[in-house]
Design a protein around this ligand. Structure first.
Ligand code: 23J
Ligand code: MN
Length: 258
């Protein structure tokens, strides 16, 4: 049997499950809050056009406004100054929107320390147990932060010193961008960088190194706990926004029945 027929059968039987890694997108979706003097993104907003009424007796539809970087979303290389000559979100090759994924689970560490940073040693330990990171694939970083996404205060976890959310250490971000075979990093938090990453050298290293290397980010993911450490397939579907720096995205994974 050919590969696609086998996949069709596996989907029909449930041997392969479709896992939705996307958070719901609504006016309640938490958004990044940068400190002054930086400009901030608006959140998501829906406006009614008509709903089975005089404006449209048989149809319901809305229009929306919102930032490119709201909710579960995709960061394109052009989002960061280091990737300014790279692809905008409409130019990212479709073949790079589907690929193998691995999940590194640091939810226990992040529960202990909300500023937890994934290290190169963590990645090496994962590789020793599960094999190398996948070429052309995604590193999905589980922190348990998806459980907070219904509440912006819990999700951003900000005190007088700034936001406290887990992320990736500077040297690990550099290694993932420059040495590893992955093409993107996906996280459960509001951005791919840690809450404290404005104070790192360089600031926002995940954005700076990954996007500068022509790689991608995915944020505000959920259901990573439903995926195995290795062997799932990620599908990221950002809108094809011409000149867009990113886009809200539906992110799915194909994984084994569990
Ligand atoms: C702009 C500046 C800093 C950050 C971000 C955007 C994001 O997290 C984003 O959504 O790309 S940290
Ligand atoms: Mn973003």
């Amino acid at each position: 049997m050919d590969t696609l027929s086998a996949l069709i059968d596996a989907l029909a039987s449930g041997a392969v499950e479709v896992v939705d890694l996307s958070q719901p997108l609504s006016e309640a979706t938490p958004v990044l809050r940068l400190p002054p003097p930086f400009a901030n993104t608006p959140g998501w907003k829906m406006h009614l056009i008509s709903r089975y009424d005089e404006g449209g007796p048989a149809w319901y539809w809305n229009w929306f406004e919102g930032g490119e970087h709201v909710g579960t979303h995709f960061d394109a290389p052009i989002h960061w100054i280091t990737g300014r000559d790279g692809d905008d979100v409409s130019q990212v090759p479709a073949s790079r929107l589907i690929g193998p994924a691995v999940v590194i689970d640091k939810s226990a560490e992040a529960a202990e320390n909300p500023d937890y940073l994934l290290t190169i040693d963590d990645i090496r330990a994962f590789e020793a147990a599960h094999g190398p990171l996948p070429a052309g694939g995604w590193l999905l970083y589980r922190t348990g932060w998806d459980a907070r996404a219904h509440d912006e205060r819990l999700f951003l976890n900000t005190d007088e010193r700034g936001p406290h959310t887990p992320g990736i250490a500077v040297e690990a971000a550099r290694w993932l961008a420059e040495e590893s075979p992955i093409i993107g990093v996906g996280v459960e938090t509001v951005g791919t960088d840690a809450g404290a990453a404005h104070s790192f050298t360089p600031p926002f290293p995940c954005h700076a190194f990954l996007l500068g290397a022509g790689k991608y980010g995915l944020t505000q993911l959920t259901n990573l706990a439903r995926l195995p450490a290795t062997g799932s397939v990620l599908i990221a579907a950002p809108l094809k926004i011409v000149r867009g720096s990113g886009s809200p995205a539906r992110v799915l994974a194909l994984g084994p029945r569990r």
